[in-house]
Design a protein around this ligand. Structure first.
Ligand code: DX5
Ligand code: ZN
Length: 214
């Protein structure tokens, strides 16, 4: 299983030790949650913070933009050196064009869907993206309970991907722990995001490893 710990639950007053822990760990990526107070009812951090984080972490970046008009920020995300740029389907009326522009900037494109957005909305974009991120909580806050319906959505997305020429990875974000993670793995998930499960654990590296081994 690919693991992408979310910085949202790290200690914002002292990020360096948390970034060193992620570098030492078996994590595959670092997940960065950007919120604008418009698309979601919260504001997290922006580019100055992410630039400092990018300089102090060796893991590839998985940037999750919970913002309106995410296409305005493609070059800034590229300048961070991000591997994945995830935009919300609900925030992009011209999603196909945004995906093309992310590719032209040299990044892999991820499309994210909220809990109430059906997997079928992805039918006409699935062959063009490298990743689909299924939100298993309503975006905006860490530490929320896992929405059960997400397991069925992962299985449905797995079928959609396998029935097309798509190579998209399935990533899941929200309420992920070893128990929900195991069920998501069985349903076909490739990559798990975890914030509070990792940073709230007595041994965060061990928590990352428990997801890695799923
Ligand atoms: C929520 C963010 C998540 C968040 C997950 O809007 O997209 O990445 O950090 O937090 P947990 O793992 O605590 O549910
Ligand atoms: Zn996220």
């Amino acid at each position: 299983m690919l693991v992408s710990p979310s910085l949202l639950s790290a200690d914002f007053a002292n990020l360096k030790p948390d970034l060193e822990m992620i570098d030492r760990s078996e994590a595959d990526y670092l997940h960065l949650d950007v919120m604008d107070g418009v698309f979601v009812p919260n504001i997290s951090f922006g580019f100055p913070v992410m630039q400092a984080v990018a300089k102090n972490c060796r893991k590839p970046l998985d940037v999750h933009l919970m913002i309106v008009e995410p296409d305005k920020w493609i070059s800034q995300v590229r300048d961070l050196g991000a591997e994945f740029m995830n935009v919300h389907q609900e925030a992009c009326p011209h999603l196909h064009s945004v995906v093309q522009r992310i590719h032209r900037a040299g990044m892999k494109a991820g499309v994210t869907i909220n809990p109430a957005t059906p997997v079928s909305m992805l039918q006409d974009i699935i062959e063009d993206v490298e990743l689909v991120l299924i939100m298993s909580v309503n975006p905006g806050f860490g530490g929320q309970p896992f929405i059960e319906h997400s397991v069925k959505k992962v299985a449905e997305l797995r079928r959609l991907i396998d029935s097309t020429g798509s190579k998209a990875l399935i990533e899941v974000d929200g309420g992920v722990n070893a128990e929900t993670g195991a069920r998501l793995a069985a349903a076909g998930a490739d990559m798990l995001v975890a914030g509070s499960y990792v940073f709230g654990a007595p041994d965060p590296e061990k928590a990352i490893l428990s997801l890695k081994n799923l």
